[in-house]
Design a protein around this ligand. Sequence first.
Ligand code: BDP
Length: 726
Amino acid sequence: MHKILRTFAFLLLSVLACSPAFGQKIFDGEDGYRLWLKYDLLSDQQSIKTYRKQISSIYVAGDSATTTVIRDELSHALSGLLGKQPKFVEAVGKHALVVGTPSSSADIRNADLSELKGLGKEGFVIKSLELSGKPVTLIAANTDVGALYGTFHLLRLIQTEQPLRELEIVEKPKIDVRVLNHWDDMDRHVERGFAGESIWDWHKLPDYTYPRYYDYARANASIGINGTVLNNVNANAITLTPHYLDKVEALADLFRPYGIKVYLSIKFSSPQLIGGLKTSDPLDPTVKQWWKDKVEEIYARIPDFGGFLVKANSEGQPGPGDFGRTHAEGANLLADALAPHGGVVMWRAFVYANEKNEERSKQAYSEFKPLDGKFHDNVLIQVKNGPIDFQPREPFSPLFGATPKTPMMMEFQITMEYLGFSTHLVYLGTMYEEALQSDTYAKGKGSTVAKVVDGSLFNNHISGIAGVSNIGTDRNWTGHIILQSNWYVFGRLAWDHELTTADIADEWVRMTLSNDEKVVSTVTDMMMRSREITVNYMTPLGLHHIMGVGHHYGPGPWVKDLGREDWTSVYYHKAGKDGIGFDRSPTGVNSVEQYFSPLKEEYAKAETTPEELLLWFHHLPWDYTVKSTGRDLWDELVHRYYQGAADVTAMHNQWQSLQDELDPLQYHQVDMALTIQEKEARWWRDACVTYFQTFSQRPLPKGFEKPEKTLKEYMDMRFPYAPGQG
Ligand code: BDP
């Protein structure tokens, strides 16, 4: 009897010990809601003392809504970081922090700061200097929003424990329009969203708002994002009806003090859908008038409305092509309506038409290059970084550099559509950097994509960059704490693409996780390697578009027989007994001709194509020798798949080595996600290797464990409820 009782007690205890409710302790802590604006007490006492001395009082000049935001942020941040409520005063004091503009403060006006002249509306200076005879730390700008950016910059210095001595910081953004694109539907579904529902509660707006809206604005302002496109590019025309414009107006009012403008995605056929017109032909006078009136209605509510984002004649969306008109005629229709109010059109180049018999990677270039010079001044063309679609790796889109008279706006994906959703740790900074630093050679060496995007290469009068947001209602915003860094790095690079993504990772880790050196070096190392690791276990050597159909979750290299060939995987990898890869060289579809020399010549031959793009541009035999390792193509492919999966395990071990250094809840969240990533990396590896082996008909190189399942078992896996579907 005793024995039975003992066994029962033991079993009960084991169950309780494993159940989350019993292990409560791990659920205390940082759930991720505060993002990188945590503002916990600094751990270094000496730094705290020094900062307190250097900021003995705070004087924020001016009385706008933005200066209130500045005061609130400083009060909240410094009382947390330095453990003491800062003293706000109404005049410049000794060792004060002074924040203002020449128009809000006579002291700043009298200081006659020459630096301010070239800084526009968003730049700022942070200086240690004497102001009206008193030593101070000064944050000065031409506008209150500039001063807000400066405030966040100073707070970042403190959060990352940088000295505040002899400061001489002069900053201004390199790109004008820096926006998030929310692919959020009006019913709160987020297309390609993996972090819960849309944060916009359209039903309750305009009267009911959440603290999250303000925290969203703070987070964006802290990294210099100055605009948000609230709704999905696959737009619902209803957004432009008065009922919804009330709601948009409420958000615009809320975001204004933070320097954030709202924009809307529009449906090109809105004049028909909600305007009762018979046509949406961009050259029709009634259509022109309809848009003019609609835009006036918007600006009467939102005087600083940013403008429209448009997906037209792409994946079933209506557009000017439906009326025999060009993209330029469509974009100019809207541009003309917006121009008197200062709004812009962001017209997407993500097009590949049904009727065109041209390879998909070539179509955007063919469509838009001939239109260079035909767009009105307030139109930007928004181009995805690669020529296909947000793959783990693509070459840069050849449209960058090809249109000297048309500003090309970069579109990056922050959400993890093709990269393992929100349970794979992939720091996208390195991917953004790779794209931005690519040399287009448009005007000779050094004509980087970044210089096209920031407008400096062709002296464009406007520039822009967009990031497809990974934000949702999850407590930690992005579904995975480390993926917050992708929102962060997008904003920081949008502000200054010359920052290195390693430095940005470093500051993000310090602000979000810890200033502990072991944490900083371990996590930044994981982040910096993570994208290449993912490329290896998903799409090594330039493979692309081989994911599960529809939801894009998991491997699906066998996907074929869909409505269009270029939606299938077999179309892109072209694996056969003879080899694998897509011949885009002059012997194939010749997409390389869209690049400038010397790239077009380099990409034309396998020997001179960078290995990471090999199978993007070439179809090669299984026994092709890969230069860097001397292995044949099959062996190299398998090695990379296995290496990728093994590296995820190594990353997981790295993370686990930090358990004692990290907040328990942050630790636990990422640990769970890494467990999933390890499983899914193996799944990718095994499914792809098993499938490609049916063509290579070669054995696995020695020493590699056999895939767990049969090919049929992998192919039979179904995920009808995978999140984020289009
Ligand atoms: C693809 C997505 C799809 C988007 C489309 C776009 O799968 O959901 O609507 O891009 O960018 O990546 O318009």
